[in-house]
Design a protein around this ligand. Sequence first.
Ligand code: BGC
Length: 580
Amino acid sequence: MNEQTQMNRNEKIEQKIDSLLSVMTLEEKIGQMTQVRHFDDITEEEIATRHIGSVIHTQGPVPGKNAKEWQEKFERFQKQALSSRLKIPLLFGVDAVHGQNTFEGATIFPHNIGLGATQNEYLVEKIAAITALESKATGFTWIFSPCAAIPYNEKWGRVYEAFSENTQLTTKLVEASVRGHQKENYVLATAKHFIGDGATDFGKEGGETTLTREEVFERLLPPYQAPIKAGVASIMASFNTLDGLPMHAHRELITGLLKDSLQFDGIVVSDWKAYSRFGGNNIINAGIDVVMAVDGDLAQFQEGVRNGVLHGEIQEERINDAVRRILRQKFRLGLFENPFPDSSLLSKIGTIEHREIAKQAVRESLVLLKNENETLPIKNANRIVLVGEFADNAGLQSGGWTINWQGTNENYAGATTILQGFKNNTKAEILYDPTGEGIKADVAILVVGETPYAEFFGDIGGEMNRYQLTLTSEHQAYIKKYKSLGIKTVVLLISGRPLVVTEQIQEADAFVAAWLPGSEGEGIAEVLLGKHNFSGKLPHSWPAAEKDFSGKYGPNFWDSFIKPLFPIGFGLSYPNVKTN
Ligand code: BGC
């Protein structure tokens, strides 16, 4: 679309919004601002009676085993919305953060930390476009991704949702992701979580961010500025506090900075249950437009805002601003013309073409940290043994936000495990030793790492304290066992963040950081067997010791004096194999 046509279109949209707004009741406006889950929070009929504006899906109970059932369910909801007086269609939102990861059978891409290692903005754009397409095919029009965080402390359980600790790289990839989402299979993208989510003291999810305003502006803001220029449809507020204020109630930064200074014209959406969590109407006055009124918050939110307006606590202007932004995105999306899911997209879910792109992403995301004794690529080996439970388990190789919110420890439909990937790519005998007993072979690939986690559960230290900076003793023992047998060892680390593995790097002949590759485990075999080269570069500096995490930020090396084991950008490759 050229600039003039775009301007005319935008003008027409604003006129349509004006005429709709002029006839809307307060209840209808508040309804547009309301987001609920499609189960538990609401009955189908209440979509119309409560004037609901959007529906969110995070994880089960799933609408059904096949995508057609999803489309049908959302079609029923949409019909309810369209049966109401003003016939404003609903948006359907999903946490599709590495592919449409709530649907079993979708293409699951490496988590963003792996994409950060690829440094490949074209690939990130393609991945976002496929995610948009597979999300649309399951009935969704709004995606709560990409994460624009700059992690300051690897103890944070969401490090892997972010691309990198580097602001420039993150900015480039967030922008590419937004472009991809909002291209031919246009869905609303969401840059999240504004602002300071990854920079809390001690890496605590929802903790306090104590950076100065200058630091926030210089380091954390660019990954929002570029996407705003590129037209990102929505921005999600963060759970953390800044200046001692919950970000959801931070008027200066949400309204003052985002909306007024940066001219962001999209939706500011709250995070989970924010109304009861962060001070009720304060968050509306701060500039939140859509509220995830989930998990028991629905009536409280709708009545609270209504009373707030009636008692002069919230200006109706503020409500109009929120509704204008919501309607603007619905019009831009073409939702009024095409409110229903497109059944012709059903066949596009998890296609071979999409999986090929995911496999490419896996290959490009792998970072080779050590390669001695001519260990990699694996050539002329007759017997290769893969070791550990992670080697043959699609859930474990995919991390959190896969099928379930906190991920799964089981195989899921359509995925290829790392073990299967080797079987598909070599004539050598592939053996499997799930518990590290020790099996004679020419080379052993020890697949070790972190079990899946997502927000809150994945923080190291803190309240949950389920994870650690080092490998588990079992995983450390696998490596020692194979070393003691005199077998060449390749350690393949599956993790959502750099871990402290200094000793294991010394022990192993070769060491690969594989991050959380997702459904296409075969990409790993292709690189380790030398069909493709390594090209991944570290998106984080790699820590040397646990003691380096004693401060509130952990060793975020770009301004610290702590020497990393490997600097950001490090990554070896084979001398004689062409790059991807
Ligand atoms: C997370 C968001 C997510 C939302 C909806 C929250 O707890 O912080 O990233 O989009 O839930 O599932």
